[in-house]
Design a binder for this molecule. Sequence first.
Ligand code: PMP
Length: 383
Amino acid sequence: MAPSSNKASGLADRVRGIEPSGIRRIFELMATMQDPINLSIGQPHYDPPELLVEAACRAIRAGKNRYTVTQGLPEFNQRVLDEIAARHGARPQSCLLTAGVSGALVLSFLCLLDPGDEILLPDPGFVMYRHLATLCGATVRYYDVYPRSPRGRFGVDLAEVEALCSPRTKIVFVNSPSNPTGGVLTRAEIQGLCRIAERCGAYLVSDEIYDLFCYVDDYSSPVTYYDRTLLLGGFSKTYGIPGWRMGYAAGPAAVLDAMKTLQQFSFVCAPAPFQYALLEAMPAIDLAPYREQYRHKRDMIVRELHPAYELSPPEGAFYAFPRVPAGFDGEAFLQAALEQKLLVVPGKSFSTRDTHFRLSYAADDAVLQQGLAVLNGLASRAG
Ligand code: PMP
């Protein structure tokens, strides 16, 4: 969008360069198709646990429909902090319930980034980060997380991250488990990133929305190692409630206080009845079976796409990020898949490169099998 067209439309300059997400375009396409094989979805394929649904209905009927205090129910805040302390051995100073992790991202970026500040983001990475940074007038520097060898891990080259740091670096951003790669950072990588953030005086913002869906044993959070960590977490993916808009931020009191003030003047509070419902039902819900279901689907994807696709086995979340097979470019591959009713998301939606595609395995096994058959057919055509 050129500045002059902003003038004609009356739109603010800050929305320059903000384009509709590539994922939205896929949703629109899907609406025009009959019986698509949809492996493009970034949300769990299951309904929320019945206990949680019942608790939400009860909360609404009991009149829990008014605003809560800005930071969310105090007992809920304490629960979040207790759980972080129990899991990671460090208790952040403060917590704020937000309108999903999206709400926490908006508030944290607005509170930490001045025009001209720099933020280090993973490439590939979730679409929202770069646009929010741009909205704040910050400069984005990407650190590469692509595997260094075929089928190697999606990981971090600490020397590269260090070289990208400057006195203007305000945020070192981490997303593990990752959307779109399914990669999980090792403890050593997390510790290294904390050291780098500390050396350059930056905050470490850690999006841990997929923390439950981790298939490696040693999941670690920067909150253990660095007190200027802002941990963003959520309930959308784990509890099957992306439409409820429930998330949180936890970290240093000074940042959380600023985010709370901004929430007062924007989102006001996280949705009240869903705060009550989660607070009541969470202790009685075991999420392990959901994780095991996705671990099983992950195994199936890895098994069935081998050896036709160059795929690093996902270690977390519910995404795989294979390389587009030889003989196709990103767009041609997407089109060939679409012709067979298969929807996946092009890698360029998440990256400066257009070499991979994202496949979500948050789908029924029967749909996954159909998708895998199409993918294997496309690869054999290419080979
Ligand atoms: N972070 C990541 C990595 C995500 O994949 C998503 C959802 N696709 C979000 C944040 C936003 O989640 P929500 O706002 O529903 O909590």
